[in-house]
Design a protein around this ligand. Structure first.
Ligand code: NAD
Length: 395
């Protein structure tokens, strides 16, 4: 069948297998050309490995460090005429590319929060690799079922008082206003349960208890802070509360597993269009303005460029470059004062008439479609395809 995009608000319900493959191949090509990791890891677990920052991390580990990788993801395979999710196709493409270069790559598809998936992953590591020497935590999930069966739902709300600001209407690219409600205390707590650090630490503990983690392992999780403009919706919002918890967890992991030499970091990354971030109100308009300014100044990066810089220049596996609070700052270019001054100047003026002048709406949508394998150069979208694609390591 011919596969075309079916967009609903901030989601695309279809994905294109060949476009996703091309996207993964482009990222691999980038890493091979630009990677400069010294003393990289050799056996890497990536939790949230199929899209966005986690996929870019897995590609860097495999093709930059020549590491064996175990990936964990929560994706859906094709069924009848329904396509698989982009993360499924990405992972199929990744595993094939890894196999072509004799790189070990296996994937577990299931709920990373569950004990069952942790056990499955640990069994796989013990059987095939013995132990891992790096653990990258890149989950972005809407909900979590805890071990006692309680379901926590993360919400994207502000805290304190309701917050109103400009917003990009994704249906027609007009600029309107959006009011974001203040969360209740329970909602903040639930978001912290889902997106905070509890599960990251649970993974490190489970790996340690099972003796499936090397001494001196480096583990890191991804965070976002952003500029003051987005504080009410992000850093001072529910998701920010979760990120603060994640930051605190890095300290707890360092303390608790000190004797084993495990080092935990937070890498604060740049705001980018991914499946997780396009769901946040107000943020897509900020990103479209930011893209425009960063592209004009030659500072723009996508997930693969960011993570290549994390592994290389920021030396996450060596003498990691951190700020005064121990955070690795991949958002350094986004937060350059001159970039943010220009964001603020444009933000004041932007409206439906001038949106294309002040914001990179086309770039926003290009990234959005490409996440699902559409709009990729060199892919024939008229071709009839079988949407069903196998991931070699998943029976
Ligand atoms: P994403 O939506 O592209 O990726 C999420 C990954 O998590 C996918 O691999 C998905 O399969 C997996 N996943 C989701 N729920 C799961 C579950 N229950 N079990 C197993 N796997 C599951 O998101 P992303 O934007 O790459 O986000 C990754 C991390 O980076 C998040 O912590 C996010 O906050 C952070 N981050 C994102 C941005 C941004 O702008 N996108 C910026 C800075 C930091």
């Amino acid at each position: 069948m011919k596969i075309s995009p079916k967009v609903r608000d901030f989601l695309c319900l279809t994905a294109h297998p060949e476009g996703c493959r091309k996207n993964v191949e482009n990222q691999i090509t980038y890493v091979k050309k630009h990677s400069e990791v010294k003393n990289g890891p050799k056996k890497v677990l990536v939790i949230g490995a199929s899209t966005g920052y986690g996929l870019a991390s897995r590609i860097n580990a495999a093709f930059g460090c020549k590491a064996a990788t175990v990936g964990v993801m929560f994706e859906r395979q094709a069924a009848g005429k329904r396509t698989a999710t982009a993360g499924w196709y990405n992972t199929a493409a990744f595993e094939h590319a890894a196999a072509n270069e004799d790189l070990y790559a296996k994937t577990v598809n299931g709920d990373a929060f569950s004990r069952e998936v942790k056990e499955k992953v640990i069994d796989l590591i013990k059987k095939d690799l013995g132990k891992v020497d790096a653990v990258i935590y890149s989950l972005a999930a809407p909900r979590r079922t805890a071990e006692d069966g309680t379901v926590y739902q993360s919400v994207l709300k502000t805290t304190g008082e309701d917050f109103t600001n400009k917003n990009l209407n994704l249906k027609d690219n007009t600029i309107g206003e959006k009011t974001i409600e203040a969360a209740t205390e329970e909602e903040v707590e639930a978001t912290v349960k889902v997106m905070g650090g509890e599960d990251w630490k649970a993974w490190i503990r489970a790996l340690t208890d099972a003796d499936a983690i090397e001494e001196d392992t480096v583990t890191f999780a991804y965070s976002y802070i952003g500029p003051e403009l987005t504080y009410p919706i992000y850093f001072e919002g529910t998701i920010g509360a979760a990120k603060k918890h994640l930051h605190k967890t890095a300290g707890e992991i360092n303390e608790e597993f000190k004797e084993r030499g495990i080092r935990a970091y937070i890498s604060v990354n740049k705001g980018l269009v991914t499946q997780a971030s396009s769901a946040i109100p107000i943020v897509p308009l900020y990103m479209a303005v930011l893209y425009s300014i960063m592209k004009e100044r030659g500072l723009h990066e996508g997930c693969i460029e960011q993570i290549t810089r994390l592994f290389g220049e920021k030396a996450v596996f060596g003498q990691a470059e951190t700020d005064g609070q121990g955070l690795i700052r991949l958002d350094d270019w986004e937060l350059k004062p001159e970039v943010q001054a220009e964001v603020e100047r444009r933000w004041e003026k932007i409206n439906t008439k001038n949106v294309k002048e002040y914001a990179d709406i086309e770039g926003y949508w290009e990234d959005f479609y490409q996440m699902f394998g559409f709009d990729m150069d060199g892919v024939d979208y008229e071709k009839d395809l079988d949407p069903s694609v196998n991931i070699p390591s998943i029976p």
